[in-house]
Write a protein that binds this ligand. Structure first.
Ligand SMILES: Nc1nc2c(ncn2[C@@H]2O[C@H](COP(=O)(O)OP(=O)(O)OP(=O)(O)O)[C@@H](O)[C@H]2O)c(=O)[nH]1
Ligand SMILES: [Mg+2]
Length: 438
């Protein structure tokens, strides 16, 4: 979803993580690179300045470079600022506490209003036990009513439309219908419109007034980049929006929009949609979005986990072994077991520096199983002294583990590469093996 930004941040962060010590100059360089990354990813330039200033104040103010883990500390500051940047006080859906809740969806043509209205109905029905009514108030596009009827039907949601010639009349009638039909939530799908269309903008305003709408969401197409931000701003100047929904975030240009919208419009992003299916819809969660934008997935959570799980004493012994070149297959196998306690191997391996450089080291769950099988077929002597594993031993190990000789050869080669890589990285902090975090 945020591929472009993720790639850039991952490069910047790897760079700063790679320094044992960090100077004010390193920090300034990273901050400069973040600025460029954001601008290149289509984040509004004013938003970039404001974000960069916050990071700068915090990073330099906190004297990150004096801390024990400066790289990590810096990343944490960027993450915290980003979360703060994306967060809002009005994060929950605003239900009418004393009666029917009205939600109006507005936006440009084709931005995703109709599909989103069904998604949101389905979400609120599931999560809050609501009885939503979808109202077809788009009388501009001939097929619009049928589109919403079909969506309602296939998702088991109540639907209202009638023959009135004006959208406002449909809405008024739907309010009466909701009462008799006992719908506690009415979602109004409106026609696409430009903010310059006075007639349609007046219509929208009168729908909002008539229903005393509790939520007015602007539906912005995330694929249109800064245009989505600009149009959100134009709408928010004319109508009292309570939130923005970003659609089509499965595309690649959504990152810049997600970062810009709140700062530019003052409206929080409430939901995002990530595909055509009814469930391709999620609540906008600043914490998780920030982590995804920064490509951190959950590295901080992972660090905590790693620190809890990695036995200090083991780690010290291990480091000794690495330095004296005694790292063997038993240690390797132990390390694999440690990894597996932490979660998805594929995810973890992406945080292990150098691992990607080892040819064919596709570190997935299956490979983990057969690595274990191969190591399990070695004798104790072989595990402790990998150098004695000659051709005939390899053939026996292959047979015993049900793998091919080629696979055994590959494992031994990878093991040797890993061993020399670890020796090179012996600077690493104890207790954190094999994560090079700073
Ligand atoms: N890839 C992707 N496509 C989406 C998403 N949301 C909506 N679409 C598609 O975008 C197109 C337009 O969606 P609609 O819901 O009809 O948009 P609308 O704003 O109601 O359009 P008008 O009523 O014509 O103004 C449809 O083909 C949807 O399937 C999304 O999150 N991802
Ligand atoms: Mg529509």
């Amino acid at each position: 979803m945020f591929n472009r930004l993720q790639e850039k941040f991952s490069k910047i962060f790897n760079d700063i993580r790679g320094h044992g010590k960090i100077s004010e100059e390193n920090i300034s360089k990273s901050i400069r690179e973040i600025r460029i990354a954001l601008l290149e990813s289509d984040v509004n330039y004013k938003v970039v300045s404001s974000f960069i200033n916050r990071v700068k104040d915090n990073a330099l103010g906190a004297k990150v470079f004096d801390s024990i883990t400066p790289g990590q500390q810096f990343i944490k500051i960027v993450l915290d600022q980003l979360i703060d940047f994306l967060s809002s006080d009005q994060k929950d859906f605003n239900f009418n506490k004393s009666g029917t809740t009205f939600l109006v969806l507005a936006g440009l043509q084709g931005s995703g209003k109709t599909t989103t209205s069904a998604k949101i109905a389905s979400f609120l029905k599931r999560e809050f036990n609501k009885k939503p009514l979808l109202v077809a108030a788009d009388l501009e596009r001939p097929a619009a009513i049928e589109q919403l009827r079909t969506l309602s039907k296939s998702n088991n949601i109540d639907f209202y439309s009638d023959q009135s010639s004006k959208a406002i009349e449909v809405v008024a009638n739907s309010m009466r219908y909701a009462k008799t039909n006992k719908n506690d939530l009415v979602i109004i799908d409106t026609a696409g419109r430009l903010h310059t269309n006075n007639l349609l903008m007046d219509e929208l305003k009168s729908i909002i007034t008539l229903t005393s709408a509790n939520e007015i969401f602007y539906v912005a197409d995330g694929m249109t980049g800064q245009d989505a931000v600009n149009s959100s701003k134009l709408f928010s100047d004319m109508v009292n929006l309570t939130g923005v929904i970003l659609t089509k975030m499965d595309g690649d240009s959504g990152g810049g929009v997600a970062l810009s919208v709140k700062e530019v419009t003052g409206c929080p992003i409430k939901f995002i949609t990530t595909g055509e299916g009814i469930n391709k819809f999620e609540k906008f969660n600043p914490d998780s979005i920030a982590r995804r934008i920064l490509g951190l997935s959950d590295i901080l959570g992972l660090v905590e986990k790693a620190q809890k799980n990695f036995d200090q004493k083991n780690a010290q012994e291990l480091e000794k072994k690495i330095i004296s070149n005694q790292f063997n297959f038993n240690d390797f196998s132990n390390q694999l077991k440690q990894f597996s306690k932490l979660g998805s191997l594929a995810e973890i391996s992406s945080f292990i520096p150098g691992l990607k450089k080892i040819k064919n080291f596709d570190f997935n769950e299956n490979q983990f199983k057969w690595l274990e099988a191969i190591i399990g077929s070695m004798t104790n002597k072989e595990k402790e002294n990998p150098s004695i594993i000659n051709g005939s031993r390899r053939a026996r190990i292959a047979k015993g583990s049900g793998r091919t000789i080629n696979e055994v050869n590959r494992l031994i080669k990878q093991f040797n590469q890993l061993k020399s890589l670890m020796k090179k990285t012996k600077k690493m902090k104890l207790g954190r093996f094999p994560f090079k975090l700073n």
